[in-house]
Design a protein around this ligand. Structure first.
Ligand code: FES
Length: 144
């Protein structure tokens, strides 16, 4: 949030032909080849992890109507061929899509927070699939 405000002030000053001393460093920042390569490498690793996570769902036991994880735990797998996430919190079993509502990352169960977390960009969902934090903008689909 603060970077957005700083950028707006810097751009406004630039348009007016003014110089902001505090913005001198960020104003002249240039992304070099090393930084670009690092960003590309990070994105490739993230996508590889997501492919492994999606492929790994086929290796796990299928989720059925009878699947009831132990209290406070969650598992992912395929439910009628679709990526599914199922957990039990406070005695309530919830079954939702295991694909993040942002860009489809496979969610991981967070034992400490009792939430579904996306390893790609950090979206988080409640046990029942309600969006807690973006960048996703909507809840997970419930699987009936
Ligand atoms: S794909 Fe889950 S936060 Fe982007």
């Amino acid at each position: 949030m603060t970077n957005g405000v700083a950028a707006a002030l810097d751009i406004t000053a630039d348009i007016r032909g003014e110089k902001l001393e505090w913005a001198r460093i960020i104003h002249h920042r240039v992304t070099g080849p090393r930084g670009a390569a690092s960003t590309i490498s990070l994105n490739v690793e993230t996508q590889q992890q997501n492919f492994r996570d999606k492929a790994g769902l086929k290796e796990k036991p299928a989720i059925t109507e009878e699947t009831h994880p132990a209290e406070g735990t969650g598992v992912t797998g395929l439910f009628h061929g679709k990526p599914a996430a199922i957990c039990t919190v406070d005695g309530v079993v919830c079954r939702v899509s295991a694909e993040c509502a942002h860009l489809g990352g496979i969610l991981h169960w967070n034992d400490a927070e009792k939430s579904w977390d996306c390893p790609l960009h950090g979206s988080r969902y409640s046990a029942a699939g309600k969006l807690l934090e973006g960048p996703a903008t909507h809840n997970l689909f419930k699987l009936q």
